[in-house]
Design a binder for this molecule. Structure first.
Ligand code: KIV
Length: 265
């Protein structure tokens, strides 16, 4: 029987209190290793703009770029669910979003589509999910809007923003989203959102209170230019790359990653 992860699996994992492990990969070799180590979700993230293409942000990434990488990743997956990002300006209205999501699924073979934003994306999420596109929302620090946010900063320390984030998460769930990424969110807010939602939260810089964790592969093996505070290099203690990925998987599953050092309060 196939043990392929689906959107139903991740919902059940939340219900059963089993942590969801996600990691980025952008090519065939890494996708195979990541899949073999039991990662539940491989994210073909627009972070590739920074770690593969060498840009300063994710803004220059195109739909064709994501398709190119997703197409390399998906054939290597026996277990992992393949999540692909809709890049900057590729989902400014529901019709554009669904056209590009269809390309990511049909040409890139992605299984679930991630997009950034809260309230402003509700019509888009509704339109996509009504037409059978699984959606993962992404709130908190949304890197595509870095120029509007004025930098890569923790989001939701302010009461008004925190309230809005909770209401966005609930509205995205009502609109049909299957999961929500919480990036750089204080732990108590991430916990509140996680407890209120029926769909899983996947944190990055949001504490072990989330239903799952995601990291950028290059950060996790210590080869990024500037490793963010919320990341950890697992390629230590004489481990090779598959062992480092397995150590990450085990640490998320048993709740020892992230530690307070990788969190915001
Ligand atoms: O593109 C990406 O890798 C992401 C993660 C940071 C969640 O969106």
């Amino acid at each position: 029987m196939s043990n392929k992860v689906t959107v139903k699996t991740i919902r059940e994992m939340k219900e059963d209190g089993k942590k969801i492990v996600a990691l980025t990969a952008y090519d065939s070799s890494f996708a195979r290793v990541v899949d073999e180590q039991g990662v539940d979700i491989i994210l073909v993230g627009d972070s590739l703009g920074m770690v593969i293409q060498g840009h300063e942000s994710t803004v220059p990434v195109s739909v064709d770029d994501i398709i190119y990488h997703s197409k390399a990743v998906e054939p290597q997956t026996k277990h992992s669910l393949v999540m692909a990002d809709l890049p900057f300006m590729s989902y400014t209205n529901p019709n554009q979003a669904i056209t590009n999501a269809a390309r990511l699924m049909q040409e890139g073979h992605a299984h679930i589509i991630k997009l950034e934003g809260g309230e402003a994306q509700l019509d888009t999420v509704r339109h996509m999910t009504r037409h059978g596109v699984p959606v993962c929302a992404h709130i908190g620090l949304t890197p595509q809007t870095v120029h509007k946010l004025g930098g890569y900063k923790v989001q939701g320390r302010d009461n008004k923003v925190a309230k809005q984030m909770l209401s966005d998460a609930l509205a995205l769930q009502d609109a049909g989203a299957d999961a929500v990424v919480l990036e750089c969110v204080p732990v108590d807010l991430a916990e509140k959102i996680t407890k209120k939602l029926e769909i899983p939260t996947i944190g990055i810089g949001a504490g072990r209170v989330c239903d799952g964790q995601v990291l950028v592969l290059q950060d996790m093996i210590g080869i990024s230019d500037l490793a963010p505070k919320f990341s950890l290099n697992f390629l230590v203690d004489g481990r090779n790359i598959p062992e480092a990925i397995k150590a990450y998987v085990d640490a998320v599953r048993d709740g020892t990653f992230p530690t307070d050092q990788q969190c915001f309060f």
